[in-house]
Design a protein around this ligand. Structure first.
Ligand SMILES: Nc1ncnc2c1ncn2[C@@H]1O[C@H](COP(=O)(O)OP(=O)(O)OP(=O)(O)O)[C@@H](O)[C@H]1O
Length: 225
């Protein structure tokens, strides 16, 4: 069964100028272990597609099946529970909570979803930070870390509940090129372990690491290779 199965999704926004269609009958299937890049010009619908997949927004028509759930049918409460367990999200500007330590940030999804017993949460957070080479930073506040270290911490947080899907919106957009490549290598390793990774990207650096690319143009899929 595909991890992501988007079927004929159309998304139309109501705007003061009238309805605006950001996605038109878009279909997409992605299997476990794929590292998919979503590319396309500004305004082509990349974020809208990501919002459909993560359940942040609902399609106007069509179906969105992700990690065994009919996401387009879930109510807000069910969505929050489903998302917490099934989708890790990584952002361009990291979005770590500034008043919590790095380890506490990584523990948050486990606290929120009650996925691991309380006593296991900190050891699990530390193991993830160790894996990503930032165990020394565990008890610091995020502001004390470099951009690359903060993004590694954000990836550790995204994986805290061992979700089948990791979604990243321009995760390397705010990093220098060597740090960006280290993050891409991490994503490729995470995908190789069976997690599906979906990444919106503008850069071409990702080519050696990804397993497939979806290109959006004018609200439709113009290529899927
Ligand atoms: N809430 C909204 N209301 C109205 N129009 C919207 C809304 N969100 C997005 N749009 C429009 O839908 C189109 C697609 O937007 P989207 O953010 O998905 O593009 P994108 O490919 O992610 O762009 P970028 O690379 O600039 O982030 C754009 O024309 C945008 O203006």
């Amino acid at each position: 069964m595909p991890v992501i199965d988007v079927r004929e999704v159309t998304k139309t926004y109501d705007t003061p100028q009238g309805p605006f269609t950001a996605l038109r009958r878009v279909s997409l299937k992605t299997n476990a272990g794929e590292f998919l890049a979503v590319v396309g010009r500004s305004g082509s619908g990349k974020s809208t597609l990501i919002n459909m997949i993560t359940g942040i927004d609902r399609p106007t028509s069509g179906e969105v099946h992700v990690a065994g759930a009919a996401v387009h049918e879930l109510d807000q409460q069910a969505l929050a529970v489903w998302r917490g367990r099934n989708v890790g999200v990584v952002f361009q500007f990291f979005q770590l909570l500034p008043t919590l330590t790095v380890a506490e940030n990584v523990m948050l999804p486990m606290d929120f979803c009650d996925t691991y017993p309380r006593a296991e949460r900190r050891p699990r957070a530390l193991a993830l930070l160790e894996r990503f080479g930032i165990a020394q930073q565990a008890d610091k506040l995020p502001a004390a870390l470099s951009g690359g270290q903060q993004q590694r911490a954000a990836i550790a947080r995204a994986l805290a509940n061992d979700p089948p899907l990791l979604v990243a919106d321009e995760p390397t957009g705010n990093l220098d090129s060597s740090t960006a490549i280290a993050v891409l290598e991490l994503f490729a390793a995470i995908a190789a372990e069976g997690t599906t990774v979906v990444m919106v990207t503008h850069g071409s650096d990702a080519a050696p690491y990804i397993t497939s690319t979806v290109e959006l143009a004018d609200a439709t899929v113009s290529a899927h290779v």
